[in-house]
Write a protein that binds this ligand. Structure first.
Ligand code: FES
Length: 576
């Protein structure tokens, strides 16, 4: 029984005084759990994405121990379990291909086991949305604990950031501006502690989303992985989840439409990753909130970026933490009436109550809305005959002089075609061209890889040109930058208009007008469509086939169609 007198779902396993009860209790007693652990105290799952193949989550065994202590402090019964982990840097063709698979693992692991509440340990990019999606489809009391960012990278006495400086250094290497030895040295200098990428990339963005959604404890976003306060937060989360079970506060009471609207505005204010768009839409739809691309454009419009963090700015997550972290940003948004302040968070208080007293200690790192770091930083949603179902651009990472641009298409028919020709000085391309990359969307790659920020041709780099307009149906790393149009829908592999673009076609990007137009008349497009054939299926069996057959387009969150929504936490039937 919970303190409220409500019967816990775990009691369907542990309260039985028969053959089945023997099974359920006896096989746990071999781990040293005595009889009194089965007396009706809340059973808390600690859902762990630790893996040596996910270096960003390498400290999660320690973090899980702190959650465990917290659960015990509060009189709960903690049981840790592993789920599929997704290492962004290792997984091929892209970790995103497996986000939905991992979410199924999480959902079924929670529902099938005697759990009353769950703490989700997540860090590397896809682990956060995968765990939140899975938990949302079950909808028991849930708290998210992020692993925290790494300490700032230091190279030659200067700070360097995950991803962001990889991209600039690999371009410097290609342009002959640094040696291979310097390149190798930087690898160790960049990632020197536990934690996830320490720029405002996807992992840090999603950790901010966890806090802004109210599903994480205050401070969740920015405490470095190796700072003792990360362990304190984990312990607090362990204590608090027991109370959430006692009050039967389900995840759906936290993940409301208001919470998602708060998260979208927060994403603009932190200059967050474009990947948050697909992830938040997917999470929302699991929990029954109809979030759309239009919500992103409407809520983010005219909002400014407050934080001067890479990839758009100068600082790193450690600086953000020292400046006061996300509570400062949330307080500033609330001050201007831009948050639903009464949104409930997992510590039992509202977002406003949590952040009202936040103080900024480094005003050059976290600015104000009256004196922002960058103006108009919300995700812009583009539409037009090239993207009937939408495409997105992150204005704060783009070049101002390219925000309204018409140029000649230089088309790459696949990622292999891009790699084969990009270094060729004979490539017919200049700074006014528009690079177009096809077949990199959810079905096309498959998995919608982060290849949308195509490398620039060396012949342009040597001339000091660092950005041109790039368009694709792919995603972009949260640590990348440039005038890059992403998530074009429908994608080319699904027969979207992107598949019909040819070299020399003129394309207009107009971010202010939210337009993406291909200047080819309808008759010509119809002719090209009649001649188009879909690409061959990448796999004839297994998960990849399931994925390609069922994945939704980016504007719908790239979830699998049959996973949208929730099935609840009903206790499954016996296994004997
Ligand atoms: Fe894991 Fe960047 S590679 S967060």
């Amino acid at each position: 029984m919970a303190e409220s007198g409500r019967k816990l779902r775990s009691q369907a396993w542990f309260a039985r005084q028969d053959k089945m009860g023997f099974y359920y209790r006896s096989w746990l007693k071999n781990r040293g759990f005595p009889q009194d652990q089965f007396d009706g105290r809340p059973v808390i799952g600690i859902c762990n994405t630790w893996s040596e193949l996910t270096p960003c989550n390498s400290h999660f065994r320690v973090l899980a121990e702190h959650v465990r202590y917290g659960v015990l402090d509060a009189g709960g019964f903690p049981l840790e379990f592993p789920v599929m982990s997704l290492g962004e840097t290792m997984l091929r063709p892209t970790a995103m291909l497996y986000r939905n698979l991992a979410s199924m693992d999480v959902e079924e692991s929670i529902r099938a086991n005697p759990l009353d509440g769950v703490v989700l340990l997540m860090g590397c990019d896809k682990t956060t949305p995968a765990l939140l999606m899975g938990a949302s489809s079950v909808d028991i009391p849930t708290i998210g604990v992020s692993g925290g960012p790494m300490l700032r990278g230091i190279h030659c006495g200067k700070p360097i950031g995950s991803g962001t400086n990889v991209i600039s250094m690999s371009e410097q290497l290609r342009a002959g501006q640094i040696t291979l030895e310097e390149f190798h040295e930087a690898e160790a200098d960049m990632h020197r502690s536990h934690g996830h990428c320490m720029t405002m990339g996807t992992a840090s963005t999603m950790a901010c989303m966890v806090e802004a959604l109210g599903v994480g404890m205050p401070g969740n976003a920015a405490i470095p992985a190796v700072d003792a306060r990360r362990n304190l937060l984990a312990r607090e989360a362990g204590r608090r989840i027991v109370e959430l079970v006692d009050t039967d506060t389900k995840l759906s009471q936290i993940l409301t439409r208001e919470a998602f609207e708060n998260a979208i505005r927060t994403n603009a204010a932190i200059g967050g990753s474009t990947n948050a768009v697909v992830h938040l839409i997917a999470i929302a739809r699991r929990v029954g909130v109809e979030l759309s691309l239009d919500d992103w454009d409407r809520l983010g419009r005219n909002l400014h970026c407050l934080v001067d963090l890479m990839p758009s700015g100068r600082y790193l997550m450690e600086d953000f933490f020292e400046a006061g972290g996300l509570p400062v940003v949330l307080r500033e948004l609330a001050k201007h009436g831009l948050l639903h302040e009464n949104a409930l968070t997992v510590n039992g208080r509202t977002l406003a109550e949590n952040n009202r007293d936040a103080q900024c200690w480094k005003p050059d790192v976290i600015r104000t809305l009256d004196d922002p770091f960058k103006r108009d930083s919300g995700i812009a949603v583009l539409r037009g005959n090239l993207a009937p179902d939408g495409a997105i651009i992150k204005p704060s990472a783009a070049s101002p002089h390219l925000m309204r641009h018409t140029g000649r298409a230089v088309v790459f028919e696949s990622i292999e075609d891009l790699h084969a020709r990009i270094n060729d000085d004979a490539l017919d391309i200049d700074e006014n061209s528009v690079m177009v990359l096809k077949y990199c969307g959810p079905k096309g790659y498959p998995g919608m890889a982060e290849v949308g920020n195509m490398p620039l041709p060396p012949k342009l780099l040597k001339r000091g040109i660092t950005d041109i307009v790039r368009i694709s149906d792919a995603r972009m790393s949260g640590t990348a930058y440039g005038t890059v149009v992403l998530h074009t829908a429908p994608e080319s592999a699904a027969g979207g208009p992107l598949a019909l673009v040819q070299n020399g076609d003129m394309i207009t990007l107009d971010v202010a007008e939210r337009r993406l137009e291909l200047h080819v008349d309808d008759a010509e497009l119809a002719k090209r469509r009649a001649a188009w054939t879909p690409p061959p299926e990448p796999m004839e069996r297994g998960y990849v086939k399931l994925y390609v057959d069922h994945v939704l387009q980016a504007n719908d969150g790239a979830d699998l169609d049959f996973l949208v929504g929730r099935s609840g936490a009903k206790v499954p039937r016996d296994n004997h």
